[in-house]
Design a protein around this ligand. Structure first.
Ligand code: PLP
Length: 424
């Protein structure tokens, strides 16, 4: 008689969970609506004469204790603004991680610089500083660590490299609101921090971005890049002083973001609670590794990423995710599947027409390789990665159900292994 739902047994639960695709899993409500009403009533939807975009920039800078913040239209734009502010020359190299959204990488190419991918560490899915150092050349301009899933990259060794080789560090915090590294908010440790406000993020206005810095020069360039290089937009004489794009956040977006920033501490604390309690309950199951968080750190669980030792568990990560899913846990496997540079857009190295630009700016024999085997630890991480969705609106009962799903599957490992042999 099978007991596991994957083998036809009774699932622990059939109903779904609050998710980021609907109001049940988002924190948008009355305040967002009241702010939007103000914008509509005012008739001013552009930042030039509105109040919400400057309010968002001030509030978010204060939230992180930073001097400067510029709002923009997406997380990708927030990173483009950062890269544009750092101002690489064509052919300069920027090192980042291979598990991320393409939005980390496109801005590098848009500025004619070359994305170089460092390998990741299994314990926190952040850049491995030793591997990064091996990839630094005289052309390296910056490092973009991605704080993946709400956990912090180990920043101290990366900042030491930045110091040693005179590099900028742009922290991609798209998935890491509220994440602490040794007591500090991520995004405040490097030279620039960037955040996404896309629908699935901790806080959202559908699409939007925020870029922060404490550096006075970058603090000048960041808002200029986001606004066509136009200082005093809407207030003074028309002038264009540097290259930039129109990435201006609208008042409609900012009306929502302003209300969302007031909730960010609650959202990240609640996600922390939910994720930590799941980790606590499952950390001793064989073959399950929970994320490692440094002393004074806090994971804020954009998702919970578990490493599965498939040899020890005796089934593949996909099969385990399937078994947990059938029991009623919000589980999936492998996240982006393959390192980001293996997707066609990068792998083919054809960005601008038929040319090989900007890759042809690298010296012969030193050209970056976007091929399997380049970042072996990252490939293992993706193969082993079990993703559990986490949401601030989970009830304690939702969390308990997830824990019970693990309990049931791990209490019946022999059965799971048996059925894997035939179905897996
Ligand atoms: C790590 C990471 N970087 C960059 C981005 C790009 O953000 P957006 O989708 O807001 O452009 C995302 C979000 O999708 C992300 O998760």
């Amino acid at each position: 008689m099978s007991v596991l739902a994957i083998n036809g047994g009774e699932p622990i639960r059939t109903q779904g969970y609050p998710g980021v695709g609907s109001a049940a899993g988002r924190t948008v409500g009355k305040q967002e609506l009241a702010n939007l009403q103000q914008v509509i009533d005012s008739g001013m939807m552009n930042r030039s004469g509105g109040k919400f975009v400057p309010e968002v920039e001030k509030k978010f800078a204060e939230h992180l204790g930073m001097k400067y913040c510029a709002a923009s239209t997406s997380g990708t734009a927030a990173i483009h603004v950062a890269v544009g502010a750092v101002n690489p020359s064509p052919g300069d190299e920027i090192i980042t991680g291979p598990i991320t959204d393409i939005g980390t990488v496109l801005p590098i190419l848009a500025q004619n610089a070359i994305p170089v991918f460092g390998d990741l560490r299994r314990d926190n899915m952040g850049l491995d500083a030793e591997d990064v150092e091996r990839r630094i050349t005289e052309r390296t301009k910056a490092i973009i660590p991605v704080h993946l899933a709400g956990n912090a990259t180990d920043m101290d060794p990366l900042m030491a490299l930045a110091e040693k080789y005179d590099l900028y560090v742009i922290e991609d915090c798209s998935q890491a609101y509220g994440t602490l590294y040794k007591g500090k908010h991520v995004g405040t440790i490097g030279h620039i921090g960037t955040f996404s406000l896309q629908q699935s993020k901790h806080i959202t206005c559908g699409d939007g971005g925020l870029t922060v810095t404490n550096d006075d020069e970058l603090g000048d360039r960041i808002p200029l890049f986001a606004n066509k290089g136009w200082p005093n937009y809407g207030q003074g004489e028309r002038d264009y002083v540097m290259f930039g794009m129109n990435y201006r956040m609208t008042e409609l977006q900012a009306a929502v973001v302003s209300a969302q920033i007031d909730k960010v501490d609650w959202v990240t604390a609640r996600r922390g609670e939910v994720g930590d309690s799941i980790c606590d309950a499952i950390k001793d199951y064989p073959g399950i590794e929970v994320p490692s968080v440094t002393e004074g750190g806090q994971h804020t669980y954009w998702f919970l990423g578990l490493m599965v030792d498939q040899e020890v568990v005796g089934v593949s990560t996909s099969y385990l995710a399937g078994a947990l899913g059938k029991e009623g846990a919000p589980a999936s496997a492998h996240y982006i599947g393959i390192p980001i540079f293996m997707y066609d857009v990068l792998r083919n190295k054809k960005i601008y027409g038929d040319s090989d630009f900007p890759f042809n700016l690298q010296p012969e024999g030193q050209q970056v390789r976007y091929e399997e085997g380049e970042t072996p630890e990252t490939e293992r991480i993706l193969d082993d990665l079990l993703r559990i969705s986490v949401n601030e609106n989970y009830t304690d009962e939702d969390t308990d159900v997830i824990i019970k799903c693990f309990e049931k599957v791990f209490d019946n490992l022999d059965e799971l292994r048996e059925s894997f042999k035939t179905q897996g």
